[in-house]
Design a protein around this ligand. Structure first.
Ligand code: PEP
Ligand code: MG
Length: 558
């Protein structure tokens, strides 16, 4: 049986399916049908069983060297076994609430007590209370608790949709693919998977056949072919054999691309195109270097702030940026300041729920509204700047006032470092993302104050066409090659070229074979893509003729 989808990261995987269920919904007002004593008994037997499971999981994590995760699990267990928490759950059971509702109510009360304690460390544990409640409810309802951190064997993760945070801290080596019934190309789970080179298919629609196979025959493999955008399950012996052959042939083709590792990306007529890599964590830099990439064109630092209870300190961030700069050994490292908000929530910031988060309080807006947070990151970047070719990139700039404020904050951080006698690159370039139409339209004005531009075509497309990049129902309208989007891109490239400054494009379209020739024809010479695309793009660029592309009638005029 074949299921079609949309590929967001080419590659193939042949492994068992691991179904990640949607988190259980808990209705806080649900009433219980069991008697109070049955309910109490059920609670205590699940608490005991879950306690045993968590203890042995923690020991396994410790053996693997995952000290932090192991410690965190034991801390969760202690909270779960806390007498006050259990008394609070029982008091809700006695009021007639269902077991799940009572557990969640108990967790919320415990969370509030922690917040009210006035102790910053304890307040940060409030989110843990709901996590453990959720783990216990999953246990009672016999629903797997979503976690990808201690896989024992290769799997292909299948789900309706999953949050990017689920992949953070996951056991990447064992994730041979991801298939989603929903999803979108520019959602961050897709970007993260592509950056980690995990083959991935989205928009697969109904996956119930796959789910049934995973339940009835959990040892059977499925074949994810994200090159041909399809997934095979319930395979006959012949189909299995064909899948193995296809995968071997694909691996051989990838091997043939290896010769491009040492080749510089140049068009047929000799125009040099600089291919940088997008990263969400520094591990991936080795792949960029392995593929002969020119540097890091986009470090999405917000992922460092996600899926954790506390914010990374200045020293923690400095250690990461410093290591990245050293690893790149003089090649550019463009560090984008945190692009938090919308589909990249940061629990530790306790941001309010918003009706239109993509148009709301996010990215530079949060940084300018919480300057201590922003300054901490800028200090860490500046301190690391002496160890390499570091540049600062600011996301979501929508007005000149924001750019002026950003420059002001950066200058004040530099003044502080000067006073403290700390070294940093005095000429560190400050660039802005061009991803909002207002900035693209006025690119000529912005380039007078910014040192460089990086075009964020993912957001630029969504904001120009008013198409939510996360909503699969309107994906048919999401088109980075729409003339209006291309017009803004051209305006941006021309403004930068006119000022003799550096312009790059780091959205997903840079890696698309149908888009890159148009971008090169518009004069773009710097792109930043997922590392896995570097070698195929070098091969594509070698087949292009810049002079012909430049004269192409398909190009928009600025
Ligand atoms: C973009 O918007 O094109 C971009 C590169 O930023 P992100 O995908 O992280 O929003
Ligand atoms: Mg963006």
């Amino acid at each position: 049986m074949r299921i079609r989808g949309t590929s967001v990261c080419a590659g193939m995987g042949l492994a068992k399916a691991l179904i990640v269920e949607q988190p259980v919904e808990v209705d806080l007002d649900e009433r219980e049908t069991l008697t109070i004593s049955e309910c109490r008994q059920k609670l205590s037997s699940h608490l005991a069983l879950l306690g045993e499971e968590m203890t042995s999981l923690s020991a396994r994590l410790l053996e693997k060297g995952s000290h932090d995760e192991s410690e965190m699990l034991m801390m969760h267990l202690a909270m779960l076994q806390d007498d006050d928490f259990q008394d609070s759950i029982c008091s809700h059971i006695e009021k007639g609430y269902s077991l799940a509702a009572s557990i969640m109510r108990g967790a919320k009360e415990m969370g509030q007590l922690l917040i009210d304690s006035g102790d910053a460390y304890m307040a940060e544990r409030a989110g843990d209370a709901e996590d453990i409640a959720f783990r216990l409810i999953c246990h009672i309802k016999a629903v797997p608790f979503p976690s990808l951190s201690c896989l024992k064997e290769p799997v292909i993760v299948a789900a309706d949709d999953i949050a990017a945070s689920l992949l953070m801290g996951a056991d990447y080596g064992h994730i041979h693919g991801i298939v989603l019934s929903k999803g979108s190309k520019t959602a961050h789970i897709s970007i993260l998977a592509a950056s980690l080179e995990i083959p991935m298919l989205i928009n697969c629609g109904d996956l119930s056949v796959l789910y049934d196979q995973a339940r009835e025959h959990p040892d059977e493999c499925i074949f994810l072919n994200a090159v041909d955008s399809c997934l095979s399950c319930r395979m006959s012996d012949e189909e299995k054999e064909a899948a193995v052959k296809t995968k071997i042939a694909y691996e051989a083709e990838r091997a043939a691309l290896e010769k491009y590792r040492t080749v510089e990306a140049k068009t047929k007529d000799g125009r040099r195109i600089y291919i940088n890599g997008n990263i969400v964590e520094t591990q991936v830099i080795s792949n960029i270097l392995k593929y002969g990439g020119d540097g890091v064109g986009l470090f999405r630092t917000e992922f460092m702030f996600m899926n954790r209870k506390t914010l990374p300190s200045e020293d923690e961030q400095y250690a990461v940026y410093h290591a990245a700069a050293k690893k790149l050994n003089g090649k550019p490292l463009v560090i984008r300041t945190m692009d938090i908000g919308a589909d990249k929530p940061v629990e530790a910031l306790h941001l309010d729920h918003e009706e239109n988060p993509f148009l709301g309080y996010r990215a530079i807006r949060i940084c300018l509204g919480n300057q201590e947070l922003f300054k901490t990151q800028l200090r860490a970047i500046l301190r690391a700047s002496v160890f390499g070719n570091v540049r600062i990139l600011v996301p979501m700039i929508s007005s000149m006032h924001e750019l002026d404020q950003t420059i002001e904050v950066l200058e004040s951080v530099k003044t502080d470092l000067n006073r403290e006698g700390m070294a940093y690159d005095k000429n560190i370039p400050l660039g802005i993302m061009i991803e909002i139409p207002s900035t693209a339209i006025l690119a000529g004005d912005f380039i007078r104050k910014a040192d460089f531009f990086s075009i964020g075509s993912n957001d630029l497309t969504q904001y120009t066409l008013a198409v939510d990049r996360m909503n699969e129902k309107v994906q048919y309208l999401y088109n980075s090659l729409d003339p209006a989007v291309l017009h803004l891109i051209r305006n941006t490239i021309d403004a930068c070229a006119g000022a003799g400054k550096y312009c790059s494009l780091c959205g997903e379209m840079a890696a698309e074979a149908g888009s890159l020739p148009i971008l090169i024809g518009m004069g773009l010479v710097n792109i930043s893509v997922n590392p896995a695309s570097i070698l195929p793009l070098k091969r594509l660029i070698e087949s292009l003729n810049y002079e012909e592309l430049r004269k192409s009638e398909a190009l928009p005029f600025a």
